[in-house]
Design a protein. Structure first.
Length: 529
């Protein structure tokens, strides 16, 4: 009994100490102080530099360029086909063999192949909506504002370039996600980089490398689900909610985090079908609402749009570009924020796309290439134009203090707060509208990323209910951490976790891209037939 009491007391002492300090300093500050060393460590490890440039960004950009050239610019040539797949134009071929091919998926003889279009859990549109809800988030609102605050208008140009190139990478990884997925006895789909890395490299004779890389990816994806897919989202939702409600309490963030965690928890219990049913309704609605607001502002300032575009282009190549080290600095800021926003190369979206009902893996790869276009080329660019036109009034200085914060009328704004201020200049009560948009973006991203992280968790720890529950509890804890900690700590950690996924994912892509070429040819042949 004494040992039990002593061990209980030993476990309680750190909790009591934390509670006492939290009462003195405020819960938010205490959580931030505890989280910052973790954030700084991971950021320094992942973003190691080669010739002054983060190596992970070099890998991302050169890989995207290679896939774009190798597949003959699929981001342009197959854009219309991708839209037709989402529309359901080619659904009929899912239930018929093309009649000309000797072999079908996985080498099955054509007359004996099972109907793989019956496998999977969601439609092309639902898979796209789920994946887009994971990418279209506060990276589009807060991330763009952060990029412009740090790198000036020129960062927008490089965000667009990164988005266009990322379409090709997304096509490759999502084709592989479907090609190498597992389907359980109950019809549940398990897919993503951890499966195509392990199974694909085993096919190539590199089983040990595949197993190690797959485990590393799963670990980093869990970290990404806690960071960029969760904490960064709740962080920005909390910023706009505190601003809207005028909350000054040192514990307000933690309280908002608990409420958000409860809301997200209700949704994520239902699995991919529940998530898909929510995202297919919420994502188009919130994206349309946000785009309409942007279009209204741009329409009201139509005469300034060409000036904003001109500034974006000239500043992208300005050797004396604001604050971050000339052209290269602006390029890096733009690429970093675009890659964080659309996640091309991270492999995360392939987890959602793996659940689609299809027997042609390349069909879903084509659907997936639409994501970076929607996320970065359209939504991020519109946000950037609104902020740049707003700042023609000289409200803040590009570059600021280098932290991503800017001062408007003597008050510090960061992330979504900058975008909110720009909206407020042109739309009455826009603070309410943007708060709703930010919260919807945040919640939709969190529920999609909970699925990504859970799939990785299952890969590592099995598919039991206890393992599921453990992950979901940890995920909801990070909702609270994100809401309470500072923006810099959260975004440094989030960037590190998202970009860490790139390294093991790229191992899979470089070994397996010939498989993608074969599957693309097969699907295009079926369409023509």
């Amino acid at each position: 009994m004494k040992k039990y009491l002593l061990s209980t007391l030993a476990l309680m002492l750190p909790v009591l100490s934390f509670a006492q300090e939290a009462a003195e300093k405020g819960i938010d500050q205490k959580i931030d102080e505890a989280f910052k060393p973790v954030s700084d460590f991971f950021s320094s490890v992942i973003f190691f530099e080669v010739f002054g440039t983060p190596f992970v960004l070099i890998v991302l950009v050169l890989s995207a360029l290679f896939f774009t050239i190798y597949f003959g610019f699929p981001n342009i040539r197959h854009f219309g086909t991708a839209i037709n797949v989402v529309r359901g134009k080619y659904d009929d071929i899912e239930h018929h063999s093309s009649g000309n091919e000797e072999l079908a998926v996985d080498g099955d003889i054509k007359d004996t192949i099972r109907d793989e279009s019956e496998e999977g859990e969601v439609s092309h549109f639902q898979a796209l909506a789920t994946a887009v809800s994971g990418t279209v988030g506060n990276g589009n609102i807060a991330g763009v504002a952060l990029a412009i605050a740090l790198g000036g208008p020129g960062a927008t140009f490089w965000m667009i370039i990164c988005g266009l190139l990322g379409m090709s990478t997304k096509f490759v990884e999502c084709t592989l996600g479907v090609q190498y997925r597992d389907v359980g006895e109950d019809g549940t789909v398990y897919g993503g980089p951890m499966y195509y890395i392990s199974k694909g490299l085993k096919e190539k004779g590199f089983a040990a490398l595949g197993k190690v890389a797959a485990v590393l990816f799963a670990i980093f994806c869990i970290g990404g689900s806690f960071g960029g897919g969760n904490a960064a989202q709740s962080n920005q939702a909390t910023i706009v909610l505190k601003e809207l409600m005028g909350l000054e309490s040192t514990s307000a963030g933690a309280v908002i985090g608990v409420v958000l965690a409860a809301l997200v928890g209700i949704i994520i219990i239902g699995g991919i079908k529940r998530i898909a049913s929510v995202t297919e309704k919420v994502v188009p609605f919130m994206a349309l609402l946000y785009l309409l607001a942007c279009l209204y502002i741009l329409g009201s300032n139509f005469g300034l749009v060409d000036d904003a575009i001109s500034l974006i282009i000239t500043e992208a190549f300005n050797p004396k570009a604001i604050g971050v080290g000339g052209v290269i600095g602006v390029l890096l800021v733009g690429f970093k924020r675009a890659a964080f926003s659309n996640e091309a190369g991270a492999g995360s979206a392939s987890i959602a796309h793996s659940a689609v009902k299809t027997k042609y893996s390349a069909s879903e790869g084509l659907v997936a290439l639409l994501e970076p276009f929607i996320d970065t080329v359209v939504i991020c660019t519109m946000t950037a134009l609104v902020i740049i036109i707003f700042n023609f009034g000289g409200f803040f200085e590009y570059g600021g203090d280098g932290s991503g914060s800017v001062f408007i009328d003597g008050i510090a704004y960061e992330g979504a707060g900058i975008t909110s201020k720009a909206f407020a200049q042109y739309i009455p009560f826009s603070n309410v509208f943007l708060t709703i948009a930010v919260v919807l973006f945040a919640v939709s991203t969190m529920i999609s990323w909970s699925y990504y992280g859970l799939q990785s968790w299952k890969f590592l720890f099995g598919r039991g209910k206890a393992a599921d529950l453990t992950y979901k509890i940890l995920f909801l804890v990070f909702v609270v951490i994100g809401a309470a900690a500072s923006m810099k700590s959260i975004w440094d950690f989030s960037d590190a976790m998202i970009f860490a996924m790139v390294f093991p994912n790229m191992i899979g892509l470089y070994f397996l891209f010939p498989v993608v070429k074969k599957q693309l040819d097969r699907y295009l042949k079926a369409i023509k037939g």
